[in-house]
Design a protein around this ligand. Structure first.
Ligand code: SF4
Length: 124
């Protein structure tokens, strides 16, 4: 099976790109650290941030935008949302299993724009 050698700092590249485009990039940390993330998770993060940037130009696919808005309504009332972040230091009961899980640490507005991403609590 092919594997990717993770020598690239994707988070920094995206942050630099967003700043070049005039976006204010808030401080956040991935949990677990992005360097340890599986390739599929990196792909989801890149998709989410790519769509987040596209969204500022109204260039997101309509069905992805509808999906994101539905997810954001769920996150809006979630007790472990802190600002625009799913707080990794807080726990919530998983919607399906009932197990306690931590927040993912993701930027919510970007994650909700990544169609293959999931809420760590199984809410979407
Ligand atoms: S992704 Fe899930 S756990 Fe995180 S803030 Fe949204 S609803 Fe809550």
């Amino acid at each position: 099976m092919a594997s990717e050698k993770k020598t690239q700092n994707y988070g920094k590249d995206l942050e630099d790109l967003a700043k070049k485009m005039g976006h204010d990039v808030p401080e956040f940390k991935f949990n677990p650290p992005l360097e340890n993330a599986p390739v599929t998770q990196i792909s989801q993060i890149l998709t989410g941030w790519g769509n987040r940037i596209k969204d500022t130009f109204n260039m997101v696919e309509p069905k992805v935008k509808v999906l994101s808005e539905a997810r954001l309504k769920v996150c809006d009332v979630c007790p472990i949302r802190r600002g625009n972040k799913c707080a990794p230091n807080l726990q919530i009961q998983h919607h399906i299993t009932g197990n306690l899980v931590n927040g993912c640490g993701c930027n919510i507005s970007a994650k909700t724009l990544s169609p293959s991403s999931h809420c760590p609590a199984g809410k979407w």
